[in-house]
Design a protein around this ligand. Structure first.
Ligand code: TMP
Length: 205
């Protein structure tokens, strides 16, 4: 059986992750791979229910409660969906994973980064993605996209300062070992070509 692969797409809101995930899925399927596209928070019934609570603008959630809710959604998702798919030799493309918690709850909310790291480790059962791609949006495009916050869920309604902190955090985190930065300030096809080149390398291993 083929080796399962766990690929994570990361980046600030509206960085184009889901578009890129769909294109990557099609490409991998053409290559005969079975692909599961999933997302965090979400991916299982319980995790999607937690997502609703987290994104409901009417929810009043303190930062530490928020952290635990994201992690609870993650444990269930990892146990019920990601690990079984990996075992079955599938490719999992996940829209956000632990790096989001570091960026949003760690840098964005200002929670202790060690605490976030510890909870990330627990919630993933120590599972590490084979590849984490950060879609990095140049500042000028980030500013232009600000007015596009049409959906305005609870996270999208956070202050501009919060959003800038998250964006800066991603720029920092994109330089971490094991993380690959992709310049997301280009046409969709160019971004996808970069992503495919990275994934192709992984498939050859
Ligand atoms: P999405 O809209 O990209 O699916 O993500 C939902 C929101 O949740 C998005 O604003 C990022 C945020 N988020 C966190 O704050 N912490 C996390 O750990 C994850 C996975 C997402």
């Amino acid at each position: 059986m083929r080796k399962g692969l766990f690929i994570v797409l990361e980046g600030p809101d509206r960085s184009g992750k889901s578009t890129q995930a769909g294109l990557l899925k099609a490409w991998l399927e053409e290559r005969g791979r079975e692909v599961v596209v999933t997302r965090e928070p979400g991916g299982t019934r319980l995790s999607e229910q937690i997502r609703e609570i987290l994104l409901d603008p009417a929810s009043r959630i303190e930062p530490m409660t928020e952290l635990f809710l994201y992690e609870t959604s993650r444990i269930k998702h990892t146990l019920e969906k990601i690990l079984p798919a990996l075992k079955a030799g599938k490719v999992i493309i996940c829209d956000r994973y632990t790096l989001s918690t570091t960026a949003y709850q760690g840098y964005g909310r200002g929670l202790d980064l060690k605490t976030v790291e510890t909870l990330n480790r627990i919630a993933t059962l120590n599972l590490k993605p084979h590849l984490t791609l950060v879609l990095d949006i140049p500042d000028r495009i980030f500013a232009q996209r600000e007015h596009l916050r049409a959906g305005r869920d609870r996270m999208e309604r956070q202050s501009d300062l919060f959003r800038r902190r998250v964006n800066r955090a991603y720029k920092l985190l994109a330089r971490k070992p094991g993380v690959t930065r992709v310049d997301a300030g280009r046409p969709i096809e160019a971004i996808q070509a970069d992503i495919r080149a990275r994934v192709a390398k992984l498939l050859r291993k």
